[in-house]
Design a protein around this ligand. Structure first.
Ligand code: SF4
Length: 552
Protein backbone atom coordinates (compact mmCIF):
# COMPACT_ATOMS: atom_id res chain seq x y z
CA UNK A 1 0.00 0.00 0.00
CA UNK A 2 1.26 3.49 -0.81
CA UNK A 3 1.52 5.16 2.64
CA UNK A 4 1.08 8.57 0.99
CA UNK A 5 -2.26 7.51 -0.52
CA UNK A 6 -3.99 5.06 1.78
CA UNK A 7 -7.36 3.84 0.47
CA UNK A 8 -9.97 6.45 1.28
CA UNK A 9 -13.03 5.37 3.28
CA UNK A 10 -16.13 5.57 1.12
CA UNK A 11 -17.83 7.62 3.84
CA UNK A 12 -15.26 10.37 3.25
CA UNK A 13 -16.36 10.52 -0.41
CA UNK A 14 -19.86 10.83 0.98
CA UNK A 15 -18.61 13.77 3.12
CA UNK A 16 -16.92 15.37 0.09
CA UNK A 17 -20.05 15.22 -1.94
CA UNK A 18 -21.96 16.85 0.96
CA UNK A 19 -19.45 19.62 1.74
CA UNK A 20 -15.78 19.89 0.79
CA UNK A 21 -14.93 21.56 4.10
CA UNK A 22 -16.53 18.69 6.01
CA UNK A 23 -14.36 16.27 4.00
CA UNK A 24 -11.21 18.27 4.72
CA UNK A 25 -11.91 18.52 8.47
CA UNK A 26 -12.60 14.81 8.76
CA UNK A 27 -10.17 13.20 6.31
CA UNK A 28 -7.20 15.57 6.34
CA UNK A 29 -7.46 16.96 9.85
CA UNK A 30 -9.07 13.86 11.39
CA UNK A 31 -11.42 16.06 13.43
CA UNK A 32 -14.85 14.84 14.34
CA UNK A 33 -17.39 14.94 17.14
CA UNK A 34 -20.07 12.53 18.16
CA UNK A 35 -23.27 14.55 18.24
CA UNK A 36 -26.91 13.59 18.61
CA UNK A 37 -27.15 12.97 14.85
CA UNK A 38 -24.11 10.71 14.56
CA UNK A 39 -25.16 8.86 17.71
CA UNK A 40 -28.58 8.32 16.09
CA UNK A 41 -26.78 7.14 12.93
CA UNK A 42 -24.83 4.56 14.95
CA UNK A 43 -28.10 3.46 16.51
CA UNK A 44 -29.62 2.99 13.02
CA UNK A 45 -26.70 0.71 12.14
CA UNK A 46 -26.90 -1.37 15.29
CA UNK A 47 -28.71 -4.29 13.61
CA UNK A 48 -26.25 -4.49 10.75
CA UNK A 49 -23.09 -4.19 12.78
CA UNK A 50 -22.53 -7.91 13.37
CA UNK A 51 -19.75 -8.26 10.80
CA UNK A 52 -19.45 -10.93 8.15
CA UNK A 53 -16.00 -11.86 6.82
CA UNK A 54 -14.95 -12.34 3.27
CA UNK A 55 -13.35 -15.60 2.16
CA UNK A 56 -12.21 -18.75 3.97
CA UNK A 57 -15.28 -20.39 5.41
CA UNK A 58 -17.77 -17.96 3.89
CA UNK A 59 -19.42 -18.54 0.54
CA UNK A 60 -21.69 -15.60 -0.15
CA UNK A 61 -23.74 -17.51 -2.69
CA UNK A 62 -24.97 -19.89 0.00
CA UNK A 63 -26.07 -17.25 2.45
CA UNK A 64 -29.09 -15.09 2.36
CA UNK A 65 -27.19 -12.06 3.58
CA UNK A 66 -23.83 -10.59 4.54
CA UNK A 67 -23.62 -7.84 7.17
CA UNK A 68 -21.09 -5.08 7.82
CA UNK A 69 -18.73 -6.47 5.22
CA UNK A 70 -15.35 -4.69 5.11
CA UNK A 71 -13.70 -4.31 1.72
CA UNK A 72 -10.59 -2.52 0.54
CA UNK A 73 -9.07 -2.06 -2.91
CA UNK A 74 -5.67 -0.59 -3.59
CA UNK A 75 -6.49 -0.42 -7.29
CA UNK A 76 -9.57 1.71 -6.66
CA UNK A 77 -8.00 3.54 -3.70
CA UNK A 78 -11.13 2.92 -1.64
CA UNK A 79 -12.24 1.03 1.43
CA UNK A 80 -15.57 0.72 3.13
CA UNK A 81 -17.98 -1.27 5.24
CA UNK A 82 -21.14 -2.35 3.46
CA UNK A 83 -24.14 -2.48 5.77
CA UNK A 84 -25.98 -5.38 4.12
CA UNK A 85 -25.80 -7.57 1.00
CA UNK A 86 -28.94 -9.61 0.42
CA UNK A 87 -29.32 -12.59 -1.89
CA UNK A 88 -32.81 -12.42 -3.34
CA UNK A 89 -34.59 -14.25 -6.13
CA UNK A 90 -33.83 -11.36 -8.45
CA UNK A 91 -30.12 -11.27 -7.56
CA UNK A 92 -27.86 -9.68 -5.01
CA UNK A 93 -28.59 -6.24 -3.63
CA UNK A 94 -26.57 -3.91 -1.41
CA UNK A 95 -28.47 -1.90 1.17
CA UNK A 96 -27.14 1.03 3.14
CA UNK A 97 -28.92 2.32 6.24
CA UNK A 98 -29.41 6.05 6.80
CA UNK A 99 -31.15 7.63 9.76
CA UNK A 100 -32.72 10.52 7.78
CA UNK A 101 -35.21 10.85 4.96
CA UNK A 102 -35.01 10.58 1.16
CA UNK A 103 -35.25 13.70 -0.98
CA UNK A 104 -38.08 14.45 -3.41
CA UNK A 105 -37.78 14.93 -7.16
CA UNK A 106 -39.77 17.47 -9.20
CA UNK A 107 -42.73 15.04 -9.26
CA UNK A 108 -42.58 14.68 -5.50
CA UNK A 109 -41.30 11.11 -5.76
CA UNK A 110 -38.86 9.93 -3.14
CA UNK A 111 -35.35 9.48 -4.49
CA UNK A 112 -32.03 8.74 -2.81
CA UNK A 113 -29.75 11.68 -1.98
CA UNK A 114 -26.85 12.27 -4.37
CA UNK A 115 -24.14 11.55 -1.84
CA UNK A 116 -25.92 8.34 -0.77
CA UNK A 117 -26.01 7.23 -4.45
CA UNK A 118 -22.29 7.94 -4.72
CA UNK A 119 -21.59 5.85 -1.63
CA UNK A 120 -23.53 2.86 -2.95
CA UNK A 121 -21.87 3.06 -6.36
CA UNK A 122 -18.47 3.05 -4.61
CA UNK A 123 -19.49 -0.07 -2.67
CA UNK A 124 -20.64 -1.73 -5.91
CA UNK A 125 -17.22 -0.96 -7.44
CA UNK A 126 -15.46 -2.49 -4.41
CA UNK A 127 -17.60 -5.62 -4.70
CA UNK A 128 -16.98 -5.92 -8.46
CA UNK A 129 -13.25 -5.61 -7.79
CA UNK A 130 -13.55 -8.44 -5.23
CA UNK A 131 -15.28 -10.68 -7.81
CA UNK A 132 -18.86 -10.22 -6.67
CA UNK A 133 -20.59 -7.90 -9.15
CA UNK A 134 -23.82 -6.35 -7.95
CA UNK A 135 -26.71 -5.21 -10.09
CA UNK A 136 -29.00 -3.63 -7.50
CA UNK A 137 -28.57 -1.16 -4.65
CA UNK A 138 -30.87 0.74 -2.35
CA UNK A 139 -30.84 3.06 0.65
CA UNK A 140 -33.05 2.39 3.66
CA UNK A 141 -34.11 5.71 5.22
CA UNK A 142 -34.97 4.91 8.81
CA UNK A 143 -36.90 8.11 9.54
CA UNK A 144 -39.58 7.19 6.99
CA UNK A 145 -38.98 3.42 6.92
CA UNK A 146 -38.59 3.43 3.15
CA UNK A 147 -36.18 1.58 0.87
CA UNK A 148 -35.25 3.66 -2.16
CA UNK A 149 -33.52 2.03 -5.16
CA UNK A 150 -30.31 3.52 -6.56
CA UNK A 151 -29.72 2.92 -10.31
CA UNK A 152 -26.08 1.82 -10.71
CA UNK A 153 -25.18 3.52 -14.00
CA UNK A 154 -21.83 3.95 -15.78
CA UNK A 155 -22.09 7.70 -15.30
CA UNK A 156 -22.52 7.20 -11.52
CA UNK A 157 -19.38 4.99 -11.46
CA UNK A 158 -17.52 7.70 -13.38
CA UNK A 159 -18.73 10.28 -10.83
CA UNK A 160 -17.20 8.11 -8.08
CA UNK A 161 -13.83 8.10 -9.89
CA UNK A 162 -13.97 11.86 -10.57
CA UNK A 163 -14.98 12.67 -6.99
CA UNK A 164 -12.18 10.52 -5.61
CA UNK A 165 -9.61 12.32 -7.81
CA UNK A 166 -10.97 15.75 -6.75
CA UNK A 167 -10.99 14.77 -3.07
CA UNK A 168 -7.38 13.56 -3.25
CA UNK A 169 -6.35 16.80 -4.96
CA UNK A 170 -8.06 18.86 -2.26
CA UNK A 171 -6.38 16.83 0.49
CA UNK A 172 -2.97 17.32 -1.19
CA UNK A 173 -3.53 21.08 -1.51
CA UNK A 174 -3.35 21.51 2.26
CA UNK A 175 -5.96 24.28 2.08
CA UNK A 176 -9.15 23.88 4.06
CA UNK A 177 -12.10 25.19 1.98
CA UNK A 178 -14.00 28.15 3.45
CA UNK A 179 -17.29 27.44 5.20
CA UNK A 180 -20.62 27.44 3.39
CA UNK A 181 -22.67 30.49 4.25
CA UNK A 182 -26.43 30.56 4.80
CA UNK A 183 -26.57 27.01 3.53
CA UNK A 184 -29.17 24.55 4.80
CA UNK A 185 -26.59 21.75 4.72
CA UNK A 186 -24.96 23.28 7.79
CA UNK A 187 -28.14 22.75 9.79
CA UNK A 188 -27.73 18.99 9.52
CA UNK A 189 -23.96 18.81 9.59
CA UNK A 190 -22.35 16.67 12.31
CA UNK A 191 -19.19 18.85 12.22
CA UNK A 192 -21.03 22.11 12.90
CA UNK A 193 -19.53 22.63 16.35
CA UNK A 194 -16.01 22.13 14.93
CA UNK A 195 -16.58 24.12 11.74
CA UNK A 196 -18.53 27.06 13.24
CA UNK A 197 -19.33 28.35 9.72
CA UNK A 198 -20.68 31.81 10.58
CA UNK A 199 -18.11 32.52 13.27
CA UNK A 200 -15.27 31.26 11.05
CA UNK A 201 -16.32 33.58 8.23
CA UNK A 202 -16.22 36.53 10.64
CA UNK A 203 -12.88 35.56 12.19
CA UNK A 204 -11.32 35.11 8.73
CA UNK A 205 -12.41 38.60 7.72
CA UNK A 206 -14.55 37.27 4.80
CA UNK A 207 -17.68 38.62 6.41
CA UNK A 208 -17.30 42.06 7.93
CA UNK A 209 -20.26 41.83 10.27
CA UNK A 210 -21.11 38.78 12.37
CA UNK A 211 -23.36 36.63 10.20
CA UNK A 212 -25.40 35.15 12.95
CA UNK A 213 -27.23 35.80 16.16
CA UNK A 214 -27.97 32.08 16.55
CA UNK A 215 -25.65 30.27 18.97
CA UNK A 216 -23.68 27.42 17.42
CA UNK A 217 -25.04 23.95 17.84
CA UNK A 218 -25.25 22.08 20.11
CA UNK A 219 -27.16 24.75 22.02
CA UNK A 220 -26.34 23.33 25.42
CA UNK A 221 -23.94 20.92 26.94
CA UNK A 222 -25.46 17.54 27.10
CA UNK A 223 -24.11 15.10 29.56
CA UNK A 224 -23.54 14.53 33.18
CA UNK A 225 -20.33 15.16 35.10
CA UNK A 226 -19.78 12.53 37.78
CA UNK A 227 -17.74 13.77 40.75
CA UNK A 228 -16.62 11.08 43.25
CA UNK A 229 -14.70 12.10 46.33
CA UNK A 230 -15.24 9.20 48.73
CA UNK A 231 -11.98 7.23 48.96
CA UNK A 232 -13.98 4.02 49.56
CA UNK A 233 -15.88 4.38 46.29
CA UNK A 234 -15.37 2.06 43.31
CA UNK A 235 -16.14 2.97 39.69
CA UNK A 236 -17.17 0.02 37.55
CA UNK A 237 -18.96 -0.68 34.29
CA UNK A 238 -21.74 -3.12 33.57
CA UNK A 239 -24.09 -3.45 30.60
CA UNK A 240 -23.34 -0.03 29.11
CA UNK A 241 -23.67 1.71 32.48
CA UNK A 242 -21.04 3.28 34.68
CA UNK A 243 -21.75 2.24 38.24
CA UNK A 244 -20.53 3.77 41.48
CA UNK A 245 -20.25 1.30 44.38
CA UNK A 246 -19.65 2.02 48.02
CA UNK A 247 -19.07 -0.76 50.56
CA UNK A 248 -20.16 -3.39 47.98
CA UNK A 249 -23.44 -1.55 47.33
CA UNK A 250 -24.26 0.15 44.03
CA UNK A 251 -25.13 3.73 44.92
CA UNK A 252 -25.62 5.15 41.41
CA UNK A 253 -25.85 4.04 37.78
CA UNK A 254 -25.20 6.27 34.76
CA UNK A 255 -25.85 5.31 31.09
CA UNK A 256 -22.43 5.83 29.53
CA UNK A 257 -23.70 7.82 26.56
CA UNK A 258 -25.08 10.43 28.96
CA UNK A 259 -21.75 11.08 30.68
CA UNK A 260 -19.65 14.11 29.80
CA UNK A 261 -16.73 13.64 32.23
CA UNK A 262 -15.74 11.84 35.44
CA UNK A 263 -13.79 13.59 38.23
CA UNK A 264 -12.14 11.40 40.89
CA UNK A 265 -10.68 12.66 44.19
CA UNK A 266 -8.06 10.76 46.15
CA UNK A 267 -7.95 6.98 46.24
CA UNK A 268 -11.21 6.15 44.41
CA UNK A 269 -10.74 2.72 42.77
CA UNK A 270 -11.72 2.11 39.14
CA UNK A 271 -12.03 -0.96 36.95
CA UNK A 272 -10.01 -1.19 33.74
CA UNK A 273 -13.24 -2.03 31.95
CA UNK A 274 -14.80 1.25 33.10
CA UNK A 275 -11.76 3.22 31.94
CA UNK A 276 -11.79 1.41 28.56
CA UNK A 277 -15.49 2.13 28.06
CA UNK A 278 -15.00 5.82 28.92
CA UNK A 279 -11.94 6.11 26.65
CA UNK A 280 -13.78 4.48 23.76
CA UNK A 281 -16.31 7.29 23.93
CA UNK A 282 -13.70 10.01 24.46
CA UNK A 283 -15.08 10.73 27.95
CA UNK A 284 -12.22 12.16 30.03
CA UNK A 285 -11.49 11.01 33.58
CA UNK A 286 -9.81 13.75 35.67
CA UNK A 287 -7.86 12.91 38.82
CA UNK A 288 -7.49 15.23 41.83
CA UNK A 289 -5.48 14.81 45.02
CA UNK A 290 -7.54 14.44 48.24
CA UNK A 291 -6.88 18.17 48.83
CA UNK A 292 -8.33 19.04 45.41
CA UNK A 293 -5.14 19.62 43.40
CA UNK A 294 -5.60 18.65 39.77
CA UNK A 295 -3.22 15.79 38.94
CA UNK A 296 -4.06 14.83 35.37
CA UNK A 297 -6.54 13.29 32.99
CA UNK A 298 -7.05 9.98 31.28
CA UNK A 299 -8.43 10.68 27.84
CA UNK A 300 -8.46 9.07 24.41
CA UNK A 301 -6.02 10.08 21.71
CA UNK A 302 -6.12 13.85 21.15
CA UNK A 303 -7.60 15.18 17.92
CA UNK A 304 -4.84 15.29 15.33
CA UNK A 305 -5.38 18.80 13.84
CA UNK A 306 -1.88 18.82 12.31
CA UNK A 307 -2.25 22.22 10.58
CA UNK A 308 -3.12 24.00 13.84
CA UNK A 309 -0.33 22.28 15.80
CA UNK A 310 2.26 23.20 13.17
CA UNK A 311 0.97 26.79 13.21
CA UNK A 312 1.12 26.81 17.01
CA UNK A 313 4.76 25.69 16.97
CA UNK A 314 5.65 28.24 14.24
CA UNK A 315 4.01 31.03 16.22
CA UNK A 316 5.81 30.06 19.39
CA UNK A 317 9.11 30.76 17.68
CA UNK A 318 7.90 34.13 16.49
CA UNK A 319 7.38 36.46 19.48
CA UNK A 320 6.06 39.24 17.20
CA UNK A 321 3.16 36.93 16.22
CA UNK A 322 2.52 35.73 19.76
CA UNK A 323 2.44 39.25 21.12
CA UNK A 324 -0.84 40.46 19.51
CA UNK A 325 -2.70 37.40 20.82
CA UNK A 326 -1.20 37.73 24.31
CA UNK A 327 -2.04 41.48 24.35
CA UNK A 328 -5.69 40.75 23.52
CA UNK A 329 -5.96 38.02 26.17
CA UNK A 330 -4.55 40.28 28.88
CA UNK A 331 -6.63 43.25 27.68
CA UNK A 332 -9.76 41.09 28.01
CA UNK A 333 -8.67 39.83 31.44
CA UNK A 334 -8.11 43.32 32.87
CA UNK A 335 -11.40 44.50 31.34
CA UNK A 336 -13.25 41.62 33.01
CA UNK A 337 -11.50 42.18 36.37
CA UNK A 338 -12.57 45.82 36.23
CA UNK A 339 -16.17 44.93 35.35
CA UNK A 340 -16.37 42.41 38.22
CA UNK A 341 -14.96 44.91 40.69
CA UNK A 342 -17.22 47.71 39.42
CA UNK A 343 -20.36 45.54 39.56
CA UNK A 344 -19.76 43.84 42.90
CA UNK A 345 -17.30 45.88 44.93
CA UNK A 346 -16.71 49.41 46.08
CA UNK A 347 -13.25 50.31 44.81
CA UNK A 348 -12.24 53.97 44.63
CA UNK A 349 -12.89 55.57 41.24
CA UNK A 350 -9.17 56.09 40.89
CA UNK A 351 -8.61 52.31 40.92
CA UNK A 352 -11.21 51.77 38.22
CA UNK A 353 -9.54 54.47 36.16
CA UNK A 354 -6.11 52.90 36.67
CA UNK A 355 -7.46 49.51 35.64
CA UNK A 356 -9.01 51.09 32.52
CA UNK A 357 -5.66 52.76 31.73
CA UNK A 358 -3.77 49.49 32.16
CA UNK A 359 -6.32 47.69 29.96
CA UNK A 360 -5.89 50.34 27.26
CA UNK A 361 -2.10 50.07 27.43
CA UNK A 362 -2.18 46.39 26.46
CA UNK A 363 -2.49 46.87 22.66
CA UNK A 364 0.70 49.00 22.75
CA UNK A 365 2.79 46.70 24.96
CA UNK A 366 6.08 46.49 23.09
CA UNK A 367 6.96 42.96 24.15
CA UNK A 368 5.82 40.10 26.38
CA UNK A 369 7.82 41.39 29.36
CA UNK A 370 6.08 44.80 29.21
CA UNK A 371 2.77 42.98 28.97
CA UNK A 372 3.64 40.96 32.08
CA UNK A 373 4.35 44.24 33.86
CA UNK A 374 0.92 45.62 32.90
CA UNK A 375 -0.80 42.42 33.91
CA UNK A 376 1.01 42.34 37.28
CA UNK A 377 0.11 45.98 38.03
CA UNK A 378 -3.56 45.33 37.21
CA UNK A 379 -3.60 42.17 39.36
CA UNK A 380 -2.15 44.12 42.31
CA UNK A 381 -4.95 46.75 42.07
CA UNK A 382 -7.63 44.14 41.57
CA UNK A 383 -6.67 41.90 44.48
CA UNK A 384 -6.03 44.86 46.79
CA UNK A 385 -9.72 45.73 46.43
CA UNK A 386 -11.04 42.17 46.01
CA UNK A 387 -12.32 42.09 49.56
CA UNK A 388 -14.74 44.95 48.80
CA UNK A 389 -16.73 42.35 46.81
CA UNK A 390 -17.40 40.26 49.95
CA UNK A 391 -20.79 41.11 51.42
CA UNK A 392 -22.22 40.97 54.94
CA UNK A 393 -20.80 38.27 57.21
CA UNK A 394 -18.53 37.01 54.42
CA UNK A 395 -16.62 40.28 54.65
CA UNK A 396 -16.28 39.81 58.43
CA UNK A 397 -15.38 36.09 58.39
CA UNK A 398 -12.90 35.91 55.54
CA UNK A 399 -9.68 37.89 55.57
CA UNK A 400 -7.95 38.58 52.33
CA UNK A 401 -4.62 40.34 52.11
CA UNK A 402 -3.97 39.54 48.46
CA UNK A 403 -3.08 36.36 46.59
CA UNK A 404 -0.94 33.63 48.14
CA UNK A 405 -0.59 30.07 46.89
CA UNK A 406 1.43 26.84 46.88
CA UNK A 407 0.02 26.31 49.41
CA UNK A 408 -2.76 28.80 49.99
CA UNK A 409 -2.69 29.99 53.60
CA UNK A 410 -6.22 31.34 54.03
CA UNK A 411 -9.66 30.03 52.99
CA UNK A 412 -10.35 32.60 50.26
CA UNK A 413 -7.00 31.89 48.61
CA UNK A 414 -7.71 28.16 48.89
CA UNK A 415 -11.02 28.77 47.11
CA UNK A 416 -9.43 30.86 44.36
CA UNK A 417 -6.62 28.32 43.86
CA UNK A 418 -9.17 25.53 43.55
CA UNK A 419 -11.10 27.51 40.92
CA UNK A 420 -7.99 28.35 38.87
CA UNK A 421 -6.82 24.75 39.04
CA UNK A 422 -10.17 23.44 37.75
CA UNK A 423 -10.37 26.10 35.05
CA UNK A 424 -6.88 25.12 33.84
CA UNK A 425 -8.03 21.50 33.78
CA UNK A 426 -11.16 22.36 31.78
CA UNK A 427 -9.14 24.28 29.20
CA UNK A 428 -6.41 21.63 29.00
CA UNK A 429 -9.14 19.12 28.12
CA UNK A 430 -10.66 21.50 25.57
CA UNK A 431 -7.24 22.10 23.93
CA UNK A 432 -6.83 18.33 23.53
CA UNK A 433 -10.36 17.96 22.18
CA UNK A 434 -9.92 20.81 19.71
CA UNK A 435 -6.53 19.59 18.47
CA UNK A 436 -4.11 22.05 20.11
CA UNK A 437 -1.09 21.37 22.26
CA UNK A 438 -2.00 22.74 25.71
CA UNK A 439 1.70 23.01 26.66
CA UNK A 440 2.76 25.51 23.99
CA UNK A 441 1.44 28.92 24.96
CA UNK A 442 1.58 32.45 23.60
CA UNK A 443 1.86 34.41 26.89
CA UNK A 444 2.89 31.85 29.50
CA UNK A 445 6.33 30.36 29.07
CA UNK A 446 6.54 26.60 28.59
CA UNK A 447 7.61 24.75 31.67
CA UNK A 448 7.58 21.02 32.37
CA UNK A 449 4.04 19.96 33.32
CA UNK A 450 2.57 23.44 32.90
CA UNK A 451 -0.30 23.71 30.38
CA UNK A 452 0.84 27.13 29.14
CA UNK A 453 -1.82 27.49 26.43
CA UNK A 454 -4.62 26.50 28.81
CA UNK A 455 -3.30 29.12 31.25
CA UNK A 456 -3.32 31.69 28.43
CA UNK A 457 -6.88 30.87 27.44
CA UNK A 458 -8.11 31.03 31.02
CA UNK A 459 -6.83 34.57 31.61
CA UNK A 460 -9.99 36.27 30.31
CA UNK A 461 -12.20 33.81 32.21
CA UNK A 462 -10.44 33.89 35.61
CA UNK A 463 -12.50 36.76 37.04
CA UNK A 464 -15.75 35.73 35.33
CA UNK A 465 -15.69 32.07 36.32
CA UNK A 466 -13.25 31.23 39.14
CA UNK A 467 -13.46 34.55 41.06
CA UNK A 468 -17.24 34.72 40.57
CA UNK A 469 -17.71 31.21 41.95
CA UNK A 470 -15.64 32.07 45.04
CA UNK A 471 -17.58 35.30 45.65
CA UNK A 472 -20.93 33.65 45.10
CA UNK A 473 -20.16 30.80 47.53
CA UNK A 474 -19.11 33.19 50.28
CA UNK A 475 -21.69 35.93 49.70
CA UNK A 476 -24.56 33.42 49.56
CA UNK A 477 -23.12 31.80 52.71
CA UNK A 478 -22.98 28.45 50.93
CA UNK A 479 -19.49 28.10 52.40
CA UNK A 480 -18.41 29.07 55.89
CA UNK A 481 -15.08 29.02 57.72
CA UNK A 482 -15.94 25.50 59.02
CA UNK A 483 -15.75 24.16 55.43
CA UNK A 484 -11.97 24.68 55.38
CA UNK A 485 -9.24 22.61 56.99
CA UNK A 486 -6.12 24.34 58.31
CA UNK A 487 -3.14 21.97 58.08
CA UNK A 488 0.62 22.32 58.31
CA UNK A 489 0.64 22.10 54.48
CA UNK A 490 -1.77 24.99 54.02
CA UNK A 491 -5.54 25.62 53.99
CA UNK A 492 -7.78 23.30 51.97
CA UNK A 493 -11.47 22.77 51.44
CA UNK A 494 -12.96 19.78 53.24
CA UNK A 495 -15.38 17.29 51.64
CA UNK A 496 -18.52 19.27 52.46
CA UNK A 497 -16.92 22.45 51.13
CA UNK A 498 -15.95 20.72 47.91
CA UNK A 499 -19.50 19.47 47.40
CA UNK A 500 -20.74 23.05 47.61
CA UNK A 501 -17.90 24.18 45.38
CA UNK A 502 -18.86 21.76 42.58
CA UNK A 503 -22.50 22.81 42.75
CA UNK A 504 -21.51 26.47 42.35
CA UNK A 505 -18.95 25.62 39.66
CA UNK A 506 -21.42 23.77 37.44
CA UNK A 507 -24.02 26.48 38.06
CA UNK A 508 -21.53 29.07 36.82
CA UNK A 509 -20.45 27.06 33.77
CA UNK A 510 -24.11 26.65 32.82
CA UNK A 511 -24.80 30.39 33.20
CA UNK A 512 -25.56 31.94 29.84
CA UNK A 513 -23.73 35.03 28.79
CA UNK A 514 -23.87 37.27 25.74
CA UNK A 515 -21.13 36.91 23.14
CA UNK A 516 -19.43 40.28 22.55
CA UNK A 517 -19.32 39.97 18.74
CA UNK A 518 -22.19 37.65 17.86
CA UNK A 519 -24.76 38.90 20.34
CA UNK A 520 -26.14 35.43 21.03
CA UNK A 521 -26.19 33.90 24.47
CA UNK A 522 -24.42 30.69 25.37
CA UNK A 523 -23.16 29.01 28.51
CA UNK A 524 -19.69 29.77 29.83
CA UNK A 525 -18.88 26.12 29.17
CA UNK A 526 -19.59 26.54 25.44
CA UNK A 527 -17.84 29.90 25.42
CA UNK A 528 -14.60 28.23 26.61
CA UNK A 529 -14.89 25.86 23.68
CA UNK A 530 -15.69 28.57 21.11
CA UNK A 531 -12.78 30.78 22.25
CA UNK A 532 -10.39 27.82 21.98
CA UNK A 533 -11.68 27.03 18.49
CA UNK A 534 -11.16 30.66 17.53
CA UNK A 535 -7.51 30.41 18.57
CA UNK A 536 -7.24 27.11 16.70
CA UNK A 537 -8.30 28.96 13.55
CA UNK A 538 -5.68 31.63 14.14
CA UNK A 539 -2.97 29.00 14.47
CA UNK A 540 -4.15 27.39 11.24
CA UNK A 541 -3.96 30.75 9.46
CA UNK A 542 -7.76 30.88 8.91
CA UNK A 543 -8.35 33.84 11.26
CA UNK A 544 -6.81 37.27 11.01
CA UNK A 545 -6.73 37.97 14.72
CA UNK A 546 -8.03 36.77 18.08
CA UNK A 547 -10.89 38.47 19.92
CA UNK A 548 -10.75 38.05 23.69
CA UNK A 549 -14.01 37.38 25.52
CA UNK A 550 -15.20 40.44 27.40
CA UNK A 551 -18.35 41.09 29.35
CA UNK A 552 -20.23 44.38 29.52
S1 SF4 B 1 -21.09 23.24 9.06
FE1 SF4 B 1 -21.54 23.73 6.90
S2 SF4 B 1 -19.63 24.54 6.06
FE2 SF4 B 1 -19.14 23.52 7.97
S3 SF4 B 1 -18.50 21.47 7.39
FE3 SF4 B 1 -20.66 21.38 7.88
S4 SF4 B 1 -21.76 21.71 5.95
FE4 SF4 B 1 -19.64 22.34 5.65
Amino acid sequence: MNPEHPPMPVRRLHNYSYCKRLFYLQWVEDLWVEDADTAAGSHTHRNTDKPSHWGENLDPSERSSLRSLSLESETLGLRGVIDLIENTASGREIIDYKKGTARRDENNHRIAKENDCLQLAAYAMLLAEAGMPIKKASVYYAAEKSRIPVPLTDSLFQTVRDTLAEARALAASGVCPPPLLDDPRCLHCSAYSICLPNESAFWSGTSKAPKTTEPPRPPGDQGEIIVIQDAKAYLGCRGGEIQVRLNEETVSKHPIEQIQAVYLYGAVQTSTQAIHSLLERSIPVAYFSPAGRFLGTTSGLPQSGIDARLGQARLFNSPQHRLPIAREMIRAKIHNQRVLLMRNGSPPDLILKQLADLRDQCPDAKDLDSLRGIEGAAAAHYFRHFKTMLKGTAGENFDFEGRNRRPPNDPLNALLSQGYSILAKELTGICHAVGLDPFIGVFHQPRYGRPALALDLMEEFRPLIADSVALSLLNRQELGTHDFEHTSKGVFMGDSGRRQFWRAWFRRLDTEVKHPQFDYRMSYRRMLDVQTRQLWRYFRGDAQTYYGFTTR
